[in-house]
Ligand binder design. Structure first.
Ligand code: UDP
Ligand code: MG
Length: 328
């Protein structure tokens, strides 16, 4: 009887410096899993232009467990992961970063939890070695905010290092929304989930691809894709700004009626109220713009990614244009 198959999905964007280390780590991981499982490595090249693809191809040429997929351009981490989920064949699918910040040995713990019957196993970071204070602080604020706003169901401090069972991956493939925040989507699926704690490692080589502007974009995507609370913020702002003016109006009428004090319009209070109200209106419009923009993007219904080269053309053809792969 053949062994169950575990697919390890690794998105790669310009990871030339770290790839030789990744290769060794993956081989060691496969060795560790081999007594009980077959392993498939699905390496998704997200439009690298630094020679990473050649390295991936060479690896796929040497080892038939390696499937190499290259996207036509850089579609972003979340799209590359989606592509991995579409093409994965495994009974369990693990996603991990190429830069070894997600230690491959933790995969054994994830698999152990899956064996207990959990459909989703999140790897949760307990400490971040080698990451700047700024990154740790912004990450912590971000996860707390998402928790308050988003009701995503994914535990805080879980990144995209996780294991999913075949049936939860099949359910995930039906979600084709753009601007995706995969953690939120997986939480939304609602399968029985467990967590494994681990220490996030520093990057052994290469640079982070998440610049500050990309991080902000990602945070906005995460909030907007999993919550409509910001839209409702306009109500509260309107209420809070209207209340003082209402109070002032009551005061002025009261003074006029009972003390015959005439209403003298103050220039500075007028200007101030115009500026504050203007700012609130523009801010609310900006929030609405975020949502409207996403409705527009979604209505175009473009594929989430495009595949340029697929070294394993025998499966998942319909995913070539980012369309849902056949249900498993
Ligand atoms: N990545 C990707 N496409 C991108 C950016 C990143 O596939 O546009 C991959 C990258 O190669 C790595 C993972 O996503 O495997 C996480 O990226 P990175 O380490 O730069 O993020 P950080 O760990 O600093 O948040
Ligand atoms: Mg990283």
């Amino acid at each position: 009887m053949s062994k169950p198959l575990i697919t390890i999905v690794v998105p790669c964007y310009n990871e030339r410096h770290v790839f030789p280390l990744l290769r060794e780590a993956l081989l060691e991981l496969a060795q560790g899993l081999s007594p009980r499982y077959d392993v498939e490595f699905l390496i998704v090249d997200d439009g690298s232009d630094d020679g990473s693809w050649e390295q991936i191809l060479a690896f796929a040429g040497e080892d038939q467990r390696v499937k190499a997929i290259s996207l036509t351009r850089n579609f972003g981490h979340q799209a590359a992961l989606t592509c991995g989920y579409d093409f994965a064949q495994g009974d369990a699918v693990v996603t991990m970063d190429a830069d070894l910040q997600d230690p491959p040995e933790v995969v054994h713990d994830l698999v152990r939890e899956w064996e207990k019957g959990y459909d989703v196993v999140y790897a949760v970071r307990v400490r971040r070695e080698g990451e700047s204070r700024f990154k740790c602080w912004t990450a912590s604020v971000f996860y707390r905010m998402i928790r308050v706003l988003g009701q995503t169901g994914a535990p805080p401090d879980s990144g995209d290092f996780r294991l999913m069972s075949k049936r939860s991956v099949a359910a995930f493939r039906t979600l084709r929304e753009r601007h995706r925040y995969i953690r939120g989507l997986v939480g939304w699926l609602g399968f029985r989930a467990s967590i494994v704690k681990y220490q996030r490692k520093p990057r052994p080589a290469g640079m982070t691809k998440y610049t500050l502007s990309r991080m902000i974009q990602f945070a906005v995507d995460a909030i907007v894709s999993s919550s409509t609370v910001p839209l409702r913020l306009a109500y509260f702002l309107a209420l809070f700004s209207a209340l003082p003016f209402l109070a002032y109006l009551c005061y002025a009428v009261f003074m006029r009626l009972f003390f015959n004090v005439p209403l003298v319009p103050g220039w500075s209070s007028l200007i101030l109220s115009v500026i504050i109200l203007g700012a609130i209106i523009l801010f609310s419009m900006g929030i609405m713009g975020e949502y409207v923009g996403r409705i527009y993007e979604q209505s175009k219904n473009r594929p989430l990614y495009l595949v340029r080269s697929n070294e394993e053309p025998s499966h998942g053809e319909s995913a070539e244009s980012g369309e849902p792969a056949p249900r498993v």
